[in-house]
Ligand binder design. Structure first.
Ligand code: ADP
Length: 367
């Protein structure tokens, strides 16, 4: 093999296809800074999704291309550049790259469970994450993340979110003294409070702000979509028909509000008994039906597992408490697919150009 040169390496890498965008990485700028010094190759690879599968694919493709060019050792500087939503001049969350609304038409399908586990999964991928509990009448985040206490302000202007597992949190539950106390506010007051949760809370710089929306169609999503551009919606359903009717309405509302549906999660899909036999307690196919109606992908099917509830009640989502368990692996896989979906959607919206890599240089720290 001849000694590698910058030209020969650039040519070899020219065929490497970006695993997220399906285009040559050199053409779209996700491969750059190719240097050959004293026969030693170095380059920068920029990924738009922190998903493990994407990085592995990129790593394999780059390695194979380099090996074909006779290079067995290269110094790859990996960067993750999470795409950013459209941020207008009056956007109250200028430092927040993506806002994901976790929604369902119906209560009790596991929306808060999905929102909390998603937030933790994203955090474990090395992302900067916030979680806003927009369910003002029935806030679940304080219990599911085991956090109590009143948020305070250090400058008399902005409210500091509470923290758990490195995730900034805000919930109506932090503002009531007794968790059993009913919130007897009228709609407009609640909307005022929700606006404050967005505008007056110091969310800072985030890759993802996850919002746990109240069940039902409607006004909360409307209030939010008037405040800022949302990246998209994660729709949660269970398999049975009775839940689906309400979820269809939720999907329809998203279409009316022009909120992109990034994917569907089917929760409580099946139960595996101690003999390993799978039971579809609530029927089958609901997630697929909703995904089809929403023209989105079914990102995952979460099994019914008592541990999900136990850890939720304990205040440590299962992704954190038992990352090796089946439900946790499913949640992490959903987070992988969601981040990749977001990257692809933003890439297409941006006319097939990747954002230059000036973003945070962080790789997955745990897992
Ligand atoms: P929602 O936000 O839609 O009202 P929750 O997330 O509060 O629903 O979930 C309702 C209840 O079901 C909670 O007690 C939660 O722990 C439990 N739960 C949710 N998903 C699962 C699951 N996959 N397996 C077992 N229990 C679950």
């Amino acid at each position: 093999m001849p000694t590698p040169t910058k030209e020969s390496i650039t040519e070899a890498l020219g065929k490497v296809v970006d695993p997220t965008f399906d285009k040559p990485m050199l053409d779209i700028g996700t491969l750059s800074d190719i240097e050959v010094v004293d026969g030693k190759v170095s380059l920068t690879a920029q990924l738009s999704s922190p998903a493990d599968a994407i990085r592995e694919l990129a790593r394999t493709r780059i390695r194979e291309a380099l090996e074909a060019a006779g290079v067995t050792d290269a110094d790859v500087n990996w960067k993750i550049q999470v795409p950013t939503r459209e941020v207008m001049g009056d956007d109250p969350l200028p430092g927040v790259r993506n806002v994901v609304l976790v929604m369902s038409g119906k209560g009790g399908v596991g929306k808060s469970t999905v929102a909390t586990n998603l937030a933790v999964a994203l955090k474990r991928m090395g992302m900067r994450v916030g979680l806003l509990d927009a369910d003002m009448y029935g806030p679940s985040i304080p219990t599911m993340l085991g956090v109590r206490g009143a948020p305070h302000s250090t400058d008399g202007k902005k409210i500091q979110p509470l923290q758990r597992f490195g995730i900034g949190l805000m919930s109506m539950g932090f503002l009531v003294e007794d968790a059993k106390q009913a919130i007897v506010w009228r709609g407009p007051m609640l909307h005022g409070a929700l606006r404050q949760f967005v505008i007056d809370v110091d969310w800072g710089e985030l890759d993802f702000l996850v919002l746990d929306l109240p069940p039902g169609t409607g006004d909360v999503a409307l209030t939010l979509s008037q405040l800022f551009k949302v990246t998209g919606v994660l729709m949660v359903t269970t398999p049975q028909e009775v839940a689906l009717e309400d979820v269809y309405k939720g999907v329809d509302m998203c279409k009316k509000l022009q909120l992109p549906i990034l994917g569907v999660v089917e929760n409580m899909s099946f139960f595996v008994d101690s003999a390993g036999v799978k039971h579809e307690l609530f029927g089958a196919g609901g997630g697929e039906k909703i995904a089809e109606f929403a023209e989105a992908s079914l990102l995952g099917q979460v099994p019914i597992d008592p541990q999900v509830r136990v850890w939720g009640d304990e205040g440590t989502p299962i992704v954190q408490a038992a990352p090796g368990s089946e439900p946790a692996k499913t949640f992490m896989n959903i987070a992988d697919k969601l981040t990749t979906r977001i990257a692809v959607e933003q890439f297409e919206r941006g006319g097939g150009k990747s954002v230059p890599g000036d973003g945070p240089k962080r790789l997955r720290i745990v897992r």
